[in-house]
Ligand binder design. Structure first.
Ligand code: MBD
Ligand code: FE
Length: 311
């Protein structure tokens, strides 16, 4: 009996999918796709996935892509933190685990925030100004030996009282609650802003649909994002958390880290903060960022995660 070239068992189909080619292509992509397809074929068979389930999943993926929420799903399913854990493990192995812990960048960074020297007011154009407490955060950017890093460039971004990030949330101004601050000659930075609440995934969206089906919430505790760049230093992407948030140990994105929860002083006199437009007592947090020495060219790459891959 001759064997048909066009009738396949599952295994024969898989081998064909993973081997068919007309050119070399990209070996890394070939290997990764082969692995993922193999794992998915196996999952479909093991879990007895029905055609309706399969096509519902592809419909969901298409809607997810169209909604711009892929970065919420990667965070919520733990992939962003996984990548950080793997980098931490590599650091530990190389004996360079020190300094401010890294924390996930998240999907809501926007390039091009207004640059200022030494200090900035993040909430000056907030349409919601006055509804939240005013926070002054200040400190130094230091190197791994504790020396100040002058002229480090620090991107800072966070959400407003409604959990909205400018550029993504309707009605907010360009770069609202986003600034780039250059540290002064002593490595100092400071800024004023409205104390951020937490973030929640948008309701009635592909992301909320999945999280409801998983029986999970979509809340992040109050946090502020940082991306710090300095010559010869490893670019630092991190976040700080505001203490006391209900979700501080239950972040849907698994991004809270020890050592990144601020301690906040209440009712600090505004003296000395006049240039930040502070007139009444404020909440104040002091926090130093400690950068690692760069050991590779990739370490000093100033770009954020999507800037690195979108050429
Ligand atoms: C955020 O604000 C965020 O920081 C992450 C990681 C995911 C969703 C929303
Ligand atoms: Fe965030």
């Amino acid at each position: 009996m001759t064997q048909s070239k066009n009738e396949f068992s599952q295994q024969q189909l898989l081998e064909r999918v993973n081997s068919v080619k007309i050119a070399d292509g990209n070996p890394r992509v070939r290997a990764l796709v082969a692995r993922v397809v193999t794992d998915l074929f196996k999952a479909i068979d093991d879990m007895d996935v029905t055609p309706d389930e399969f096509w519902a999943a592809t419909d969901w993926l298409a809607r997810l892509g169209a909604s711009g929420q892929v970065g919420l799903i990667t965070a919520g399913l733990g992939f962003d933190r996984l990548l950080d854990i793997r980098l931490d493990e590599a650091d530990a192995k190389a004996g360079i685990a020190a300094g401010t812990p890294r924390a996930i960048e998240g999907p809501l960074y926007v390039a091009g925030a207004p640059l200022s020297k030494g200090e900035a007011v993040l909430d000056d154009d907030s349409t919601l100004l006055g509804t939240g407490k005013v926070l002054v955060m200040e400190g130094q950017v230091l190197d791994h030996e504790g020396k100040p890093v002058a002229h480090a460039l620090m991107d800072v971004w966070h959400c407003n009282e409604k959990g909205g990030y400018s550029h993504f949330f309707p009605g907010m101004k360009d770069f609202e609650l986003r600034r780039k601050i250059e540290t002064d000659a002593q490595g100092n930075y400071r800024f004023r802003t409205t104390l951020a609440p937490g973030y929640a995934i948008p309701p009635n969206s592909p992301t909320s649909e999945l999280f409801e089906a998983l029986g999970r919430h979509g809340h992040r505790p109050a946090h502020i994002h940082f991306h710090v760049v300095a010559e010869g230093k490893r670019t630092l992407t991190t976040q700080i958390n505001i203490p006391g948030d209900t979700y501080i140990d239950d972040d849907f994105a698994f991004a809270t880290r020890d050592g990144l929860v601020l301690s906040i002083e209440h009712g600090v006199a505004p003296t000395g903060y006049e240039s930040l437009g502070v007139k009444a007592p404020v909440e104040r947090a002091k926090f130093n960022f400690v950068m690692q020495k760069a050991v590779s060219d990739s370490d000093t790459d100033p770009r954020t995660r999507m800037e690195r891959v979108q050429s």
